[in-house]
Design a protein around this ligand. Structure first.
Ligand code: FES
Length: 151
């Protein structure tokens, strides 16, 4: 291979690598490279008092529990891209939730904002028990607008 052809091959390879998205879908357990805190807070057994307005905490199993002005809601914590669990591999801020695997962003209510995730997070049934603990049923999906008022 002559020098000009080799140079073009190297340049072409570099350009291709630079244009490929970071997301290959091959490493769903990769951790965030941000160096910041990773994972949604909470122990997976939230009580109503644990979920302050405008926050998101770990729910039981692969779920998240949030609260906004309408009340409480629950949704799956599995990123719609490659199923990374946002409970342990997500970064939550005051305004959004970022998947630590490939950078998809969701609003705190699970609405997809950007990144390779093809859809928003599915909302699931939430129940407040008599002792103010929160139960969720991942087998029952509900509309994303459903809220359980906090009384
Ligand atoms: S698993 Fe790829 S962005 Fe979440």
């Amino acid at each position: 291979m002559n020098e000009r052809r080799r140079f073009l091959k190297v340049i072409g390879g570099a350009a291709l690598a630079a244009s490929l998205p970071a997301c290959t879908g091959s490493d769903p357990t990769a951790s965030s490279s941000s160096g910041g805190a990773v994972g949604v807070p909470g122990n997976g057994s939230p009580k109503v008092a644990d979920v302050l307005p405008g926050t998101l905490v770990r729910g039981p199993g692969s779920t998240l529990v949030g609260r906004d002005s309408g009340g409480l809601y629950a949704m799956t914590s599995l990123c719609t891209h490659n199923q990374c669990d946002l409970r342990t591999n997500g970064v939550v801020s005051a305004s959004d939730l970022t998947c630590g695997c490939h950078g998809s962003k969701y609003m705190l209510d699970g609405t997809r904002v950007s990144g390779p995730a093809p859809a928003s997070l599915a909302h699931i049934k939430l129940t407040v028990n008599a002792d103010k603990t929160i139960s969720v049923d991942p087998n029952v999906t509900v509309d994303a607008s459903v809220r359980t008022p906090v009384t």
